[in-house]
Design a protein around this ligand. Structure first.
Ligand SMILES: [Fe+2]
Length: 127
């Protein structure tokens, strides 16, 4: 699978830097997805999960810089914070061996797409 299998033009928020970051998030997700079945490869799966979560954090900070002027900015920041807290829980569960990787990988993809389409696009349009 490559980025063209996931990314669609309707995911564009109309901001070049943020679109590039969203694409990179999907690239990291593709990497995580491609190694999720390798049960013997615990370390690289952990690495892929941590890479995605780390980059989500960087990306949210950048996105929030551009969206500060939006009247509902606090709500958007709250959505990001809740998702990051959820991701931290995933990495802790993973380290304890109690994470259902398939469920989480599917959740991450759905969350990213829904968040971009239902929240990011509207916010970027309204600032
Ligand atoms: Fe966002």
């Amino acid at each position: 699978m490559d980025i063209t299998a996931i990314w669609r033009p309707e995911y564009s928020v109309g901001h070049q830097e943020i679109d590039a970051q969203h694409k990179y998030l999907f690239e990291l997700w593709i990497m995580l997805n491609s190694i999720k079945d390798q049960q013997d490869n615990h370390l690289s799966l952990e690495q892929a999960l941590l890479s995605l979560v780390d980059y989500v954090e960087i990306h949210f900070a950048d996105e929030e810089k551009y969206l500060q002027a939006h009247p509902e900015f606090d709500r958007h920041r709250q959505i990001h914070a809740v998702f990051l807290a959820q991701c931290k829980t995933f990495t802790e569960q993973f380290q304890k061996g109690s994470l259902d990787t398939h469920t989480v990988v599917d959740f991450l993809r759905s969350w990213l797409i829904e968040h971009i389409v239902e929240t990011d696009i509207r916010y970027f349009k309204e600032i």
